[in-house]
Design a protein around this ligand. Structure first.
Ligand code: HEM
Length: 478
């Protein structure tokens, strides 16, 4: 009896001490956030409500970017702050000068609550996108050769054959004049591409659509991850794991890991039996399976799976978004469509595939695609965690906070983009580019953590858009 009272008392003291320690920790951070918000000249996203913080001013990503856009237009800040309720401050940068400081620093990815990367981890593991420090450095070094142009060159054939199916699927809509929601079709095509390039997997993806269990899993996983970011109550793991969405996510992650593991194992056995194919037929998986560091040590099975799933996530939705917005711009700006059409029809013979050499001969289309990505950044923002205070001009952002890099706002900052709402591909012709701030156009981020797949993505985009323009006239003129 005496002994159990002693245990209870000790437990009670431990819990109270822990709570007090947490409260003290929070109060120190809270005071720092208040000083950073109210003690210096920093832009806030509208007035901060004592209870809701900034949350009453926007309710989803679109309204957040709209509000931010209005403030950037009016006040032209370099840094801003908003509060989630009364107890949590988040900061953001929206000017190329501040993006340069942040991207050049070694600030890690933002994992804490509210950090999107944290919710991706169950699915894509500790791959390049999420990992940090020594692990990231080593894996980035091992994977970089996989994006060398010699490896990317043969993928042009893959982009062409995926585009053949994509165009064939659009044919009936073009004939009937029926409207078609383009994004899901493009997303199937880009998933088909990445599966062929990463695994050499030919799964009839575009014909089966979401009836294919892996397509269904990838689509739902993308949706569930975003949905979790937008629902504050799902940010508590305990609640999330018992929710319907949390259970579905777990089931789909298990399936996706099993799918990848199976393909990895099959490929390992084939390589063992047949040896490495000639360079021309190497896929990303071959590169991952054979990569070795300076000590002759390769990637573990878990690392390989994480990288493969990272490519699946990063390499299909982003490209689908870029292609879909480019198609939207073709319809929205018919005079620009005409210029692209003229260039492509002079370059490509009717019905012929795009070659690797052709990709270097499309200045007009390249500028068009770049301007589409400026107007509608496929990845509108990234985020970092500040491990030490960082100074942006006369504003200091304290350590321990998330800081967004609003790519969308940087692409529309009036200090660097005059008439930023006007669609002008000529901004990306050579002579226009020379004087521009190096961090003013960053669809693929910048610095050491920039997008490893950017050339892969640009090539895929150019093949799909040029073949689409060659085949159809987009009259979606709204
Ligand atoms: C238009 C298409 C694409 C866009 C706009 C895009 C954009 C980005 C951005 C903004 C980042 C930085 C993320 C951050 O800082 O947190 C990034 C990183 C990354 N992207 Fe892409 N991406 C695209 C296509 C691809 C493709 C096709 C692949 C792979 C085949 C890919 C693989 C990656 C990886 C692995 C990273 C992490 C790199 C690292 O941290 O070392 N991306 N991408």
């Amino acid at each position: 009896m005496v002994f159990s009272t002693y245990i209870y008392r000790s437990l009670y003291i431990i819990i109270i001490t822990y709570l007090l320690w947490k409260i003290k920790d929070f109060m120190i951070k809270y005071r720092r956030w208040r000083v950073a918000t109210f003690g210096q000249n920093i832009t806030t996203l509208g007035p901060i409500h004592p209870l809701w913080g900034s949350l009453h001013l926007f309710h989803d990503l679109a309204s957040y970017f709209k509000l931010l856009g209005q403030i950037v237009e009016k006040e032209r800040p370099k840094v801003y702050v908003y509060w989630s309720m009364f107890f949590y401050a988040s900061f953001g940068v929206c000017h190329p000068d501040s993006a340069q400081i942040l991207y050049k620093s070694s600030a890690p990815k933002a994992y804490g609550s509210g950090g999107a990367y944290r919710y991706l981890r169950d699915w894509i593991g500790d791959g390049l996108l999420i990992s940090d420090g020594k692990k990231w450095e080593r894996n980035r070094r091992l994977l970089t050769p996989g994006f060398h142009f010699e490896i990317l060159k043969p993928y042009v054939e893959v982009y062409n054959s995926v585009t053949d199916i994509f165009l064939e699927k659009l044919e009936s809509y073009a004939k009937s004049g029926e409207a078609v929601d383009i994004f899901p079709r493009v997303a199937l095509a880009t998933l088909d591409t990445i599966l062929r390039c990463a695994f050499s997997y030919q799964g009839n993806i575009q014909h089966q659509g979401s009836k294919h269990p892996y397509v269904h899993a990838v689509n739902r996983l993308s949706y569930l991850t975003l949905s979790r970011c937008l629902k504050p109550w799902y940010q508590i793991d305990f609640i999330y794991q018992f929710s319907d969405e949390g259970k579905e996510l777990k089931r789909l992650c298990d399936y996706s890991h099993e799918f990848s593991n199976r393909i990895i194992k099959d490929r390992q056995q084939t390589l063992k039996k047949e040896g490495l194919p000639t360079k021309r037929h190497l896929n990303f998986l071959d590169i991952l399976l054979t990569a070795k560091d300076e000590n002759g040590i390769g990637l573990s099975d878990e690392d390989i799976r994480a990288e493969v799933e990272t490519f699946m996530f990063e390499g299909h939705d982003t490209v689908a978004s870029a292609i879909s917005w480019s198609i939207y711009c073709l319809g929205r700006y018919p005079e620009e469509q005409e210029k692209v059409y003229t260039e492509i029809s002079e370059l490509l013979e009717d019905g012929l595939e795009v070659t690797w050499e052709n990709l270097q001969e499309m200045p007009c289309l390249t500028a068009f695609v770049k301007e589409s990505m400026r107007m509608f950044a496929p990845v509108p923002g990234t985020a970092r965690l500040l491990t030490s205070p960082m100074k942006f001009g006369d504003v200091t952002v304290p350590a321990g906070v998330h800081i967004d890099i609003s790519i969308h706002s940087i692409h529309h900052h009036p200090d660097v983009w005059p008439e930023h709402e006007v669609f002008k591909p000529e901004r990306f012709l050579k002579e226009e580019i020379t004087d521009r701030h190096p961090y003013s156009y960053i669809p693929f981020a910048a610095g050491s953590r920039n997008c490893i797949g950017q050339n892969f993505a640009m090539n895929e985009l150019k093949v799909m858009i040029s073949r689409l323009v060659q085949r159809f006239v987009d009259v979606n003129n709204q």
